[in-house]
Write a protein that binds this ligand. Structure first.
Ligand SMILES: NC(=O)c1ccc[n+]([C@@H]2O[C@H](COP(=O)([O-])OP(=O)(O)OC[C@H]3O[C@@H](n4cnc5c(N)ncnc54)[C@H](O)[C@@H]3O)[C@@H](O)[C@H]2O)c1
Length: 490
């Protein structure tokens, strides 16, 4: 069973296949390049000489040969139109078929800025190119066992794979982003997730399980993880596997960032928060009693493997709380994602992918939170303060962020949108007020501490004009923050 990349022209299949093969210690196979070698000239020239039909026949023959001979370690990149052949589609059955995610407008631009346009006979007219993309999308999606989004930021690139069954039906070996014969995996998880999924991981050199919950995202847990990794013999050549929700991801990522000054980490997120948000972007860390996420490091993953089927075992309240990160992402993205969320649709793979794309695009533009990335903190300034003041135990992270969103929308002065968000939270049984007796002063103080992270001037709020129109760096008067928090106490 090989790893076979399909998808539209210009998506970057050849480049991604080469990177993946290198990570896995294998050589990539690229059907277009191999065909050009056989022809003795480019694919475009072949189109001119013998036409598309003749090209497709040769392509079908070569791709079927490749698929017949392929073994588990192989990474194959197939030409965009090759899956139009029924024989190719049949031959794909024994392999893991992965669709490389692409934005057609970016694909068009990539082809035409890389001087690649002349080499692509079906990319000469923009409208025809975009029409062909939408025509083929359904076929690609139907064939794909998983979708691959290629994440890139200033400090590195990594694959994100989203596919139902990747963890639960044992397809991990095909999608693992590192060569496990030269870099051994050491798993960090929590006790709940370990009982559900650890066995599915196959051979791990260690299984370090912390008790579940935010109260354990601490330096003490990190110290325990470091000691257990040493005891299990982990070296700098090995890697950490973070199996679990955002707590495990942040903690294991932090341990990976610091263990022997840094080892790779592969994330296997199992909660909605982690699948739509925390597993990407490289923010890792632990909480202090004084403030949330106060100790940490940026450490981009070596890869993220998302199996939405793991959400089936997630308790309903965790799923609801996780949905708040979807809501936050939709407020940032606007457009189709906001429409899905505003309708109150259940979260499916499409929604998860839309959140992944939004987060990765923001991080690609600003990895270190110097500017645009701050929009991802929407609802989090007050949300974090609520978590800290209530000892990381009264509210789930998503529940606190939901309350923080209501505060941010009050400060934004977008009353109808605030009311709409409040209704959406209520529909999922999420809190829209703080418990009677909640200490508003302490929350306001903790908010100021969160704001102090950047030194003088503080971290201003993220405010929302409308879905898709979110601004960071907005100065808000202290008395307005106090009034908005007090309003939550009722
Ligand atoms: N690094 C980032 O960019 C980022 C972004 C957002 C949130 N976060 C962090 O994420 C954390 C919250 O994450 P969370 O909501 O995933 O919490 P969590 O990791 O505590 O998981 C919630 C609960 O669900 C259980 N669980 C996990 N997967 C399960 C499954 N498939 N089936 C059954 N039970 C399962 C866990 O054992 C835990 O009890 C917070 O610490 C927050 O600060 C980080």
């Amino acid at each position: 069973m090989a790893f076979v990349l399909i998808g539209f022209m210009g998506a970057g299949k050849s480049t991604v296949a080469a990177r993946l093969a290198e990570q896995r210690g294998a050589s990539p196979l690229d059907s277009d390049a191999l065909l050009a070698e056989r022809f003795g000239h480019s694919v475009a020239r072949e189109f001119e000489l013998h036409g598309e039909e003749s090209f497709r026949a040769d392509e079908e023959k070569l791709v079927c040969e490749l698929l017949d001979d392929a073994s588990t370690r192989d990474v194959l990149a197939l030409g965009g139109g090759s899956v139009l052949s029924g024989r190719v589609r049949e031959a794909l059955a024994g392999h893991l078929t992965v669709l490389l995610d692409s934005d057609p407008v970016l694909a068009w631009e990539r082809i035409h800025t890389s001087q690649d346009g002349a080499e692509r006979p079906l990319a000469r007219d923009r409208e025809a190119f975009l029409a062909l993309h939408s025509e083929r999308s359904a076929l690609y999606e139907e064939l794909a066992d998983a979708v691959l989004v290629w994440a890139s930021s200033a400090s590195g690139e990594y694959p994100v794979l989203v596919g139902r069954g990747l963890l639960t039906t044992g397809q991990l070996e095909q999608v693992w982003p590192l060569d496990r014969s030269s870099s051994r995996p050491f798993c960090v998880t929590d006790e709940t997730v370990a009982a559900l999924y650890a066995e599915r991981l196959g051979d791990m050199r260690a299984l370090v399980s912390i008790p579940p919950g935010e109260r354990h995202k601490t330096l003490a847990s990190a110290e325990r993880v470091w000691h257990e990794l040493v005891a299990a013999g982990m070296t700098r050549a090995d890697h950490v596997v973070a199996l679990g929700g955002g707590v495990v991801g942040d903690l294991a990522g932090f341990c990976a960032a610091t263990y022997q000054r840094g080892v790779p980490v592969v994330h296997l997120p199992t909660t909605l928060v982690a699948q739509v948000d925390s597993a990407y972007g490289g923010k890792t860390g632990v909480d202090l009693p004084e403030a949330k996420n106060y100790v940490g490091a940026y450490h981009q993953p070596a890869g993220v493997i998302v199996d939405p089927a793991t959400l089936e075992t997630l308790p309903a309240q965790e799923l609801a709380a996780g949905w708040v990160e979807v809501l936050k992402t939709a407020l940032i993205a606007g457009g189709e994602l906001w429409e899905i969320v505003a309708r109150g649709d259940e979260v499916d793979e499409r929604t998860i992918l839309a959140c992944v794309r939004t987060k990765l695009a923001v991080v690609a533009a600003d990895e270190r939170d110097g500017g645009r990335r701050q929009v991802l903190n929407l609802g989090h300034t007050v949300g974090h303060a609520i978590e800290t003041v209530t000892g990381y135990s009264r509210y789930r992270h998503g529940e606190a962020v939901g309350l923080g969103l209501l505060t941010a929308l009050r400060l934004s002065g977008t009353e109808p949108l605030r009311e709409q968000v409040r209704e959406l939270l209520l529909a999922r049984d999420l809190p829209v007020t703080l418990d009677a007796g909640a200490n508003a002063d302490a929350i306001v103080d903790a908010t100021a501490r969160d704001k102090k992270r950047l030194g003088a001037g503080g971290v201003p709020f993220v405010l929302v004009k409308a879905p898709g129109e979110v601004n960071h760096g907005c100065e808000v008067a202290a008395e307005d923050v106090r009034a908005a928090v007090e309003e939550l106490v009722g």
